[in-house]
Ligand binder design. Structure first.
Ligand code: CO8
Length: 259
């Protein structure tokens, strides 16, 4: 996994009035997140982070999906070692939260599995009314291993995190707003203006104070043991028959049979 080439052609970026926009633009409009796609997202975010004219980053997907999770055709090839030892996840996006510039995730359609975990690693989440969010990993024999068990719990509390993760259910925007999973929801056509309005409010403040505030808020939630445990248990999932059955069943368009 060490020679991953970022798939820059799956990313569109532009900037306007101090806002850096990143659009996930995979040929499959569900934006399945492969390692090279994730690297391209991370590189684009880093470029904006290093540009002093950018005060806020907005990350969006397609009309159909922010992202429907890890690319299962790639994930099925992973094993314990590739997940834990080669630091697949850290290479992927664990350092997105280290970015100093505020990131708003603008969700239209599906934000599932790794897709929701990407949105969870943003600082603020806005969703359009047609959105469906969720962490369906346990239905596939894995866990939300991109920081989902940690960030979701920090955001919505243990009870809700248990409900969302253990049931693997799709979460509508009203429920998501009520639980604190998203900050706001709006009409589909209002998503970009709503993100832009939040960005404008952020940009007029001190960029140095903002990056310090982000650092402090993240530090208050930091639980390195939690992330370590997640990676270890996530890696172990790849040694189970359930993972093979769950992921194969999805790709073969059938229901999994767990013993
Ligand atoms: N990866 C790869 N391909 C996908 C994915 C995916 N996550 N999701 C959909 N596709 C493919 C389908 O196989 C299908 O391909 P094809 O046209 O070749 O048959 C195509 O995209 C369209 O999909 P559907 O026909 O299923 O589209 P629908 O509109 O009927 O349904 C859904 C949309 C509800 C989003 C449905 O596609 C779905 O349930 N997708 C899977 C969602 C999911 O389970 N995501 C979680 C994945 S696990 C995960 O993210 C773990 C994160 C941490 C692990 C990190 C590991 C590195």
């Amino acid at each position: 996994m060490n020679n991953i080439i970022p798939k820059t052609e799956w990313i569109k970026t532009w900037s306007e009035n101090g806002v850096g926009w990143i659009q996930l633009n995979h040929e499959n409009k569900l934006n399945p997140l492969s390692a090279s796609f994730i690297l391209a997202i991370k590189d684009a975010a880093k470029r904006f982070d290093n540009d002093p004219s950018i005060g806020c980053i907005v990350l969006i997907g397609s009309e159909k999906a922010f992202a429907a999770g890890a690319d299962l055709k790639e994930m099925i090839k992973l094993n314990y070692a590739s997940v834990t030892e080669s630091r697949y996840i850290e290479n992927g996006w664990l350092d997105i939260p280290k970015i100093q510039t505020p990131i708003i995730a603008g969700v239209k359609g599906y934000a599932l599995g790794g897709g929701l975990e990407l949105a969870l690693s943003a600082h603020i989440r806005v969703a359009s009314k047609n959105s469906k969010l969720g962490l369906p990993e346990v239905s596939l024999g894995v866990i939300p291993g991109y920081g989902g068990t940690q960030r979701l719990t920090n955001l919505v509390g243990k009870g809700r995190a248990m409900e969302y993760i253990l049931t693997a259910k799709m979460i509508g925007v009203e429920d998501a707003k009520y639980s604190g999973l998203i900050n706001e929801y709006c009409e589909l056509e209002e998503l970009l203006p709503t993100c832009e309005n939040i960005a404008k409010k952020i940009i007029k403040n001190s960029p140095r104070a903002i990056s310090k505030a982000i650092k402090c808020i993240n530090a208050s939630l930091k639980n390195e043991r939690g992330f370590e445990t997640e990676i270890e248990e996530f890696g172990k999932c790849f040694q189970t028959d359930d993972f093979v059955e769950g992921t194969t069943a999805f790709l073969e368009k059938r229901k999994p049979k767990y013993n």
